[in-house]
Design a protein around this ligand. Structure first.
Ligand SMILES: C[S@@+](CC[C@H](N)C(=O)[O-])C[C@H]1O[C@@H](n2cnc3c(N)ncnc32)[C@H](O)[C@@H]1O
Ligand code: SF4
Ligand code: SF4
Length: 339
């Protein structure tokens, strides 16, 4: 099947029957990183040992035999490009792949992968948060990747420290070759994290930042990747409805570096759902709502055009048996066995 037809077919299934379980995945590629950022959720959790590439291969083969959907995977960590061999092998199983990297390591020539490079504000802020002078290096990494024709965007975590300079930040980066645009997440509070209070924007503050991001998006619609609907769902009067029934826990499979399914979500068990700024549940809800912009970004412009015509078919979703809640038995199935 051609890629476009396949995308439309997947969209029609998602649109009529709802997002299937395990539609999106994430893999923590390695427990190592060359940085120690102040906001990082990963190092707030004790990390197990990395398993080998062959263990990951055997695991994906087992999933394949069980009919696992393998739609999309985000490769994170730790710093995922410190262990390229896992991604090189594992990305072959998924229809779409994204690597989120800190931009300090050269981007490999992988045309089938979409890269998001983390940039957390203008130079001084970014370097402070990241605990190292990486900003200029990142710009070079991005330019070199774009020269090779790779698909590159940036991922920015909005915090109380960097929010004031968002407009200037976008003005600076819009001149860089970031064909995939900028995606904004908000800092998610981790229980016990030392800098948390300085970084977390309360709901009122976040609402005001959302207004500003929407204004930037009006000026540069293609540059800001986060759909307007998903941003509106993040507002104070909507967000608790989303996080109380978080689709990241029911629709996303996140594995740690040992192949064990992560508790809660990609952010790990210490993440505070009441102070969640992770884009995933909001994007997923926007897909469930058949928001045309979100559908277009995920399944292409053809699907966006048809989204509204499929709304009347949503009743089919209720005919689909509710997936059984994930019992420990089921969780065991989709994680690497401990023995
Ligand atoms: C854990 S990092 C792993 C990938 C890579 N090392 C990097 O920094 O891009 C994945 C993404 O999560 C973001 N992140 C880390 N801690 C966060 C938090 N507490 N809330 C929201 N995003 C966070 C990072 O900025 C990065 O964009
Ligand atoms: S580079 Fe990524 S994984 Fe490493 S400390 Fe920073 S946010 Fe965490
Ligand atoms: S912290 Fe994780 S589980 Fe909690 S609402 Fe956010 S994405 Fe969902």
């Amino acid at each position: 099947m051609g890629k476009k037809i396949e995308q439309l077919y997947q969209f029609a299934k998602f649109a009529t029957l709802g997002i299937p379980a395990d539609a999106v995945c994430s893999v923590d590629v390695t427990n190592r990183c060359n940085l120690r950022c102040h906001h990082c959720y990963f190092f707030e959790h004790e990390q197990p040992e990395n398993i080998t590439v062959e263990d990951w291969r055997a695991f994906f083969e087992k999933l394949k035999a069980e009919g696992f959907p393998f739609f999309s995977c985000t490769w994170v960590g730790g710093e995922p490009l410190m262990r390229k061999e896992v991604i090189e092998m594992g990305s072959q199983y998924f229809r779409s792949n994204m690597v989120v990297t800190n931009g300090t390591i050269e981007i490999p020539d992988w045309k089938h992968i979409h890269f998001k490079i983390s940039v957390d504000g203008k130079e001084e802020r970014h370097n402070r948060l990241r605990g190292a002078k990486t900003y200029q290096k990142i710009k070079k990494t991005i330019r070199a990747a774009a020269d090779k024709g790779l698909r590159v965007g940036i991922a920015t975590v909005v915090t109380r420290e960097n929010e004031a300079e968002l407009e200037e930040f976008v003005e600076e980066w819009r001149h860089e070759p970031i064909s995939r645009g900028i995606v904004f997440d908000f800092y998610t509070y981790m229980h016990g994290q030392p800098e948390a209070d300085k970084l977390w924007l309360n709901y009122e503050e976040r609402d005001r930042v959302i207004d500003r991001i929407l204004a930037i998006k009006e000026r540069y619609p293609n540059l800001i990747e986060m759909p307007a609907h998903a941003l509106n769902l993040l507002r104070s009067d909507n967000c608790r409805k989303i996080t109380d029934n978080c689709l990241a826990t029911s629709k996303m499979a996140s594995w740690d570096v040992s192949g064990k399914r992560k508790e809660k979500c990609i952010l790990g068990p210490k993440a505070d759902c009441d102070r969640c700024g992770c884009g995933v549940p909001f994007w997923l809800q926007a897909v469930e709502d058949l928001d045309a912009e979100t559908i277009g970004r995920m399944f292409g412009p053809g699907a966006a055009k048809y989204a509204k015509y499929l709304v009347p078919l949503r009743f089919l979703k209720s005919l689909r048996p509710e997936p059984k809640p994930k019992t420990d038995e089921k969780r065991e199935l989709y994680q690497i066995s401990r023995n």
